[in-house]
Design a protein around this ligand. Structure first.
Ligand SMILES: NC(=O)c1ccc[n+]([C@@H]2O[C@H](COP(=O)([O-])OP(=O)(O)OC[C@H]3O[C@@H](n4cnc5c(N)ncnc54)[C@H](O)[C@@H]3O)[C@@H](O)[C@H]2O)c1
Length: 355
């Protein structure tokens, strides 16, 4: 990724929603290393918010604990802080949870995200990178990859919430922002993100790590589902690059403001391949049990094309599949051995940066 330096962020005021979460914490930490003035907005850190807790991120950035569903509170912070750019990552981010708490999923991911758009409009914030998901596309069982202008949709509430968030973005964009040359905004859709610091339930890497840590059976449910796996540094580097170009007004407004930050085709692997590679890279023997009962129905195949980001943003993935797994395993091993995670994370960012 050495072809871009992200110097724009030095002293830039950046507001990140979802700062206590997995991807948000990596983004905040990287922005902190770049010398940005970072403001975080999120719910209270969870037990599994390892990066936020272990790095004392709350002291490195200015953190607000608030619910983005409350427009008044959110607007108050945006008005007070007037950031140069907002990265919006706060969400109910777990597919299985959307079957248990559909209303919470919709209220956070759709209304909460719309509150962000309204706060941007009300306070004349100039730049916004609005993170949704690869699951925002209507899955039509195709063998190929989804492009940015494919039809949105979702058969489950998580996917539908991400498609709806994209739709409210599009409507706000067309109604209020598209003709204003001083404002530039974009949505982004990444793949299945792995990497150190994720402890969410019903995600495959945390499930494997918990089973290794507690020496419990390793049960997987959708072994043959193929997903676009990528290390967390890949999409986060994409958000940073996009944000930099947006701030510097380098993206023509003739280009539709939606971007896939997916991996290259070699990283499209099955859940079983990921699990086997983690165990191999960890260097232990562990039996994998394939469960016949499924918690919920999931699509077999999902891939997103990264051609547009490559062509228009000069962004491309940096890590191959082995490196993606290798960095992830290195991080969790250090976590279990109680090594200095902040130092390791900085080293991993530097390694990625130099690639
Ligand atoms: N992790 C992945 O594989 C992946 C893949 C594609 C897209 N995404 C999307 O990327 C974004 C970040 O994902 P993540 O894995 O870091 O999620 P995460 O669950 O680890 O973190 C979510 C963050 O959002 C905050 N949040 C949740 N509800 C909130 C509310 N009502 N008000 C304020 N803050 C709230 C949480 O406090 C937390 O900081 C999400 O939009 C997610 O849907 C994630």
């Amino acid at each position: 990724m050495s072809h871009f330096k992200l110097q724009t962020y030095k002293k830039t005021k950046v507001l990140v929603t979802g700062s206590t979460g997995f991807k948000g914490a990596w983004l905040c930490f990287w922005l902190h290393l770049l010398g940005a003035k970072v403001i975080g907005v999120a719910l209270k850190p969870e037990k599994g918010s390892i990066i936020f807790r272990e790095f004392s991120l709350g002291k490195k950035i200015k953190q607000y604990i608030l619910d983005i569903r409350n427009f008044r509170n959110l607007n108050h912070v945006v008005k007070k802080e007037k950031p140069d750019i907002i990265f919006h990552l706060a969400a109910q981010s777990v597919v299985s949870e959307s079957f248990i708490n559909p209303l919470e999923t919709i209220s956070t991911n759709v209304l909460g995200s719309t509150n962000i758009l309204e706060a941007v409009k009300t306070n004349r914030i100039k730049h916004l990178v609005y993170i949704t998901s690869d699951k925002c596309y209507l899955n039509d069982s195709r063998k190929g990859s989804y492009l940015e202008n494919d039809i949105l949709g979702g058969k489950d509430l998580y996917s539908a919430s991400k498609a709806c968030a994209e739709l409210t973005f599009k409507a706000y964009y067309q109604s209020f922002f598209s003709k204003n040359k001083k404002i530039s905004l974009a949505t982004t859709r990444a793949g299945n993100v792995i990497g150190g610091g994720d402890m969410k339930k019903d995600r495959i890497v945390p499930d494997v790590i918990k089973s290794l840590k507690h020496k419990t059976p390793l049960i997987i449910r959708n072994p043959y589902a193929t997903r676009p796996w990528q290390h967390v540094l890949e999409p986060v580097s994409g958000y940073l690059k996009l944000g930099e170009l947006i701030i510097n007004q380098k993206i023509p407004n003739t280009i539709i403001p939606n971007w896939n930050f997916g991996p290259d085709i070699q990283n499209n692997k099955t859940v079983l391949q990921v699990v086997k590679n983690i165990i191999l890279s960890w260097g232990i023997k562990k039996q994998i049990i394939i469960s016949k009962t499924k918690k919920f129905k999931e699509d077999k195949l999902l891939m997103i094309s990264n051609k547009k980001a490559k062509k228009e943003l000069n962004w491309s993935p940096s890590l191959n599949f082995q490196e993606t797994i290798g960095l992830t395993v290195e991080w969790y091993k250090s976590y279990l051995m109680r090594n200095n995670l902040e130092k390791l994370t900085r080293k991993q960012i530097e390694f990625f940066y130099d690639k």
